[in-house]
Design a binder for this molecule. Sequence first.
Ligand code: PAF
Length: 304
Amino acid sequence: MRICRTSSEMQQACRELKKNTVPERGLGFVPTMGALHAGHLSLIALARAECDVVVASIFVNPRQFAAGEDFAVYPREFEEDCRKLESAGVEILFAPAPDDMYPSGATTFVEVEGIGNRLDGASRPGHFRGVATVVAKLFNIVGPDRAYFGQKDAAQVAVLRAMVRDLNFPVNLVACPTVREEDGLAMSSRNRYLSADERRRALILSRTLEAAQHLVKTEVRGAQVLRDALPEALAADPLLQIDYVAVVDPGTLEPIENIDNGALIAIAAWFGKTRLIDNVVIEPVAQRANPDLSQAPARELSHA
Ligand code: PAF
């Protein structure tokens, strides 16, 4: 695996690589901040299956962390990450230094108005401005045909889809299913911040979402019922602090009243100093499989 440390070297290397790809399969790109886990590797596996060549990036992007957030302590495991990427079949890794990505005097930002200020954008002001700016730069440097992102960051996917549409990036953005630990916890580089007790308590997120899915399968169609029931269920852990519970349109991230046309049910919550997010996407009624209640999970939410 070749490692490029500067934007100009990466741009040149990707141009050369693309010359040898079949246009329909093209170049796949997986941007990351490193500390790679099975979720990242699933993005690379899908990119490998769908594209001729796959390139990745590792860059802990300072512009998407607000003051006081975990930028300084964000896990950095470059050697180990390189081993994982190489055995996953990545051809080129882009690993720039911050001053290559943001030389002094770099004052241009990409701001996805409206949608960029919803969900995590509301809780972490400036976060999606930093994400959209770095991803736009990475797209310009790599020139991918397809780019792969985890659905766990559902709001990020929605913001980047809007950016790709609004700025005419010739990229197909692929959202990949959330990868979970055996007990249901969504994989995240931040899970390693959790103490053993917080790790155990964090299961309430996936269990609450699973129960919400069960409600949708059996009876509930109004979003407000879910908006009321989820915080009640999360209150079973009195130490957890809810950041948001959202039932929104998956494309616009705006609150919805009825989930018949599909919905994103998303939770962000604090376990001590660690903020975790998780979500499920509810398909529009017409696309939902016929619910087989004998197979449905037994857990239930209390709801009005
Ligand atoms: O999802 C992430 O890891 C980051 O937000 C991304 C897309 C690599 C941009 O820094």
